[in-house]
Design a protein around this ligand. Structure first.
Ligand code: CTP
Ligand code: MG
Length: 184
């Protein structure tokens, strides 16, 4: 029998690009508003200035490259034998990253609707949509592998439970390093 803790760790390892995409978007972001500056029917911005195409695309590209590095690490240290080959590592990481940033934009969409300004604290809206969307994207487009690695109860529980504190830790770090204006 596979150890559930080991399964969860493996899922976390596979999931790293989904986390990294958000941080990478902070580095590459700032150019080309995703909502083209437009308002929704409620007169508020659709997504706001915090969601840009350069963040979305740059975040996806950098996180995909990270997926290749994670693959290469598994060649040197074959701990997680289920890790895919280079093409699927690249494809899977790109999906996780694009899903993650789509979920991030979805969180912003909801934040704007309930009146939270761009950059305002969204609590779980900053922290959970990206995980859920990354899982959905991965499942829709890459079912075989993610069904075996990600879609198991210990892995999902750990991902959902560990993400809010991890997200917070990364943002506090970004704030301390002056990459972000606010620690959330
Ligand atoms: N970013 C970007 N494009 C994205 C995601 C993020 O350019 N698709 C950049 C923006 O500079 C953004 C920063 O990363 O300000 C931090 O991301 P996030 O915290 O998600 O955005 P917020 O500015 O907090 O905006 P929101 O309230 O909409 O979440
Ligand atoms: Mg924010």
């Amino acid at each position: 029998m596979v150890n559930p803790l080991f399964q969860a760790l493996e899922a976390l390892y596979v999931f790293i690009p989904a986390f990294a995409a958000n941080s990478a978007a902070v580095l590459t972001g700032g150019h080309g508003k995703m909502d083209f500056g437009r308002n929704f029917v409620d007169g508020k911005r659709i997504l706001g200035d915090g969601k840009t195409w350069s963040g979305f695309i740059g975040g996806t590209v950098l996180a995909s490259i990270l997926g290749l590095i994670l693959y290469a690490l598994m060649l040197v240290f074959p701990i997680f034998v289920n890790y895919p080959g280079p093409i699927l590592a690249l494809y899977g990481s790109a999906l996780l990253a694009a899903g993650s940033l789509t979920g991030d934009a979805f969180g912003s969409f909801i934040k704007r609707r309930i009146g939270i300004q761009r950059g305002g604290k969204g609590y779980l809206l900053d922290q959970l949509p990206f995980v859920i969307f990354a899982l959905i994207f991965a499942t829709l487009f890459y079912y075989q592998f993610f069904a075996s690695v990600l879609l198991n109860l210990p892995a999902l529980i750990i991902l959902i439970v560990i993400t809010p504190p991890l997200h917070k830790a990364v943002n506090v770090l970004g704030y301390k390093l002056n990459r972000k204006d606010v620690p959330w």
